[in-house]
Design a protein around this ligand. Structure first.
Ligand SMILES: [Zn+2]
Length: 103
């Protein structure tokens, strides 16, 4: 392989090589070692095939509910709970006048 041939091959392989200078998007997932996953991301996504890039998420209502349940820690920030607290604040007249700054 001569020098010109090497340059041409390097140029031709740029699109499919995943070295340090690869121009495409990298997966943004955090690895168990603490670093960033360096795999190429799936097209139009920010994760590789190993980190959920191919997943389109739950489709059925049952699956969506199961996903929400699996990702809920305590529910104190859920829309339902926040609405409930807001309603109870309105029902009791909001803040006491001593705290509202107008009295
Ligand atoms: Zn990844």
């Amino acid at each position: 392989m001569n020098q010109a041939n090497h340059a041409a091959l390097t140029e031709a392989g740029l699109a499919t090589r995943f070295g340090a200078d690869w121009p495409g998007r990298r997966c943004l997932a955090k690895t168990r070692a603490g670093g960033a996953c360096q795999n190429p991301a799936i097209k139009d996504r920010s994760r590789c095939k190993l980190h959920g890039g191919k997943s389109t998420g739950p489709r059925t209502e049952e699956g969506k509910a199961r996903s929400i349940a699996a990702h809920t820690k305590h529910g104190r920030r859920s829309r339902e709970h926040v609405e409930k607290v807001r309603r109870s604040m309105l029902n009791c007249g909001g803040l006491p006048t001593s705290l509202s700054g107008t009295g």
